[in-house]
Design a protein around this ligand. Structure first.
Ligand SMILES: Nc1nc2c(c(=O)[nH]1)N[C@@H](CN(C=O)c1ccc(C(=O)N[C@@H](CCC(=O)O)C(=O)O)cc1)CN2
Length: 283
């Protein structure tokens, strides 16, 4: 039976450590860190994730503000709001919850976020620094995956890692971060020819495609380690991009959904906010 890589437990451990660090800063007379989350529209999943972020912030002592805009908001109004937040000294970091409505240009919005306020680690300058291996801020899900591998003493050096999915927020950054850690990384996507033959070579298989239970037993090598980034809802229940029941006897370790990568994404966000805060108030 595979080892279950417990993201909930790991996130709780690191959230508690962060809570202590924030407490220490506040005891020294510093203000509390602050995160602002911008939501456009009322996507149900986004609202749930934002509630999770709010609860997590409150637990560790980060002030949280939720700004909601109508789906019909203009791009220029949003850019004005971002500009205000870039210049608001009481805000350490902010993010725009994705996905955005179709009428809003995601690149334009993310490009407008100052790197000094980039809580998500999605803006081009942050990502450039991630590529160059000199960033202190990292996109949340990739940072969480690397923390989980480290926590379970899974050394990626020289390992064959296959990433399925090439999104700007997961697939691309995790492939670069793992390359910087000396893994041998292959990125697969919807145009990959013979996906199965690629995934079956993976010592570590990372799946972020947003398609429920897509990866089955015949896509994985015996003893592989599976990191499932999917959060799909089927019949009212969360499930991953990997068919857990189908692969569980074949693999050596696997992240569950829920309770795997998701909670680590939130922990990484909180850590990013604290990093941005320390840059402002000093150590
Ligand atoms: N601006 C951003 N938008 C999005 C991001 C992001 O990092 N920044 N990532 C995802 C959504 N996401 C965070 O925003 C996210 C998704 C899932 C979870 C999570 O904890 N899931 C739980 C299941 C839900 C639950 O039980 O409450 C789990 O897997 O255990 C956290 C964050 C896209 N958009």
């Amino acid at each position: 039976m595979a080892i279950i890589i417990d993201g909930k437990l790991t996130a709780t451990k690191y959230n508690n450590a962060l809570k202590d660090s924030i407490n220490e800063m506040v005891q020294k007379g510093n203000r509390q860190p602050k995160l602002v989350v911008i939501q456009i529209g009322s996507n149900e999943a986004s609202s749930l994730y934002i509630r999770n972020k709010k609860r997590a912030c409150e637990n560790v002592g980060i002030l949280f503000e939720h700004k909601v805009f109508e789906e019909s908001v203009s791009e220029s109004n949003l850019l004005d709001e971002i500009n205000k937040l870039n210049n608001d000294e009481s805000v350490d970091g902010f993010l725009v919850q994705l996905p955005l409505p179709k009428n809003i240009d995601e690149d334009k919005i993310i490009n407008a976020i100052s790197p000094s306020k980039d809580a998500d680690g999605f803006c081009p300058i942050t990502l450039g620094n991630v590529v160059l291996n000199k960033s202190k801020i990292f996109p949340g899900t990739p940072k969480g995956i690397i923390r989980l591998l480290d926590e379970y003493k899974i050394d990626v050096t020289g390992k064959k890692v296959v990433v399925v999915g090439r999104s700007n927020i997961v697939g691309k950054p995790i492939s670069i971060m793992l390359t910087n850690l000396s893994a041998t990384v292959t990125v697969c996507h919807s145009k990959t020819v013979d996906l199965k033959s690629e995934t079956c070579k993976a010592d570590i298989l990372i799946v972020a495609i947003g398609s429920a239970k897509f990866i089955k037993e015949d896509f994985v090598k015996d003893g592989a380690i599976i990191i499932d980034v999917g959060t799909n809802k089927v019949d009212g229940k969360f499930c991953g991009d990997v068919d857990f029941e189908s692969v569980k006897e074949k693999v050596s370790a696997i992240t569950p959904v829920p309770g795997g990568v998701g909670p680590m994404t939130v922990n990484s966000l909180l850590e990013n906010v604290f990093t941005l805060y320390k840059e402002k108030v000093g150590n």
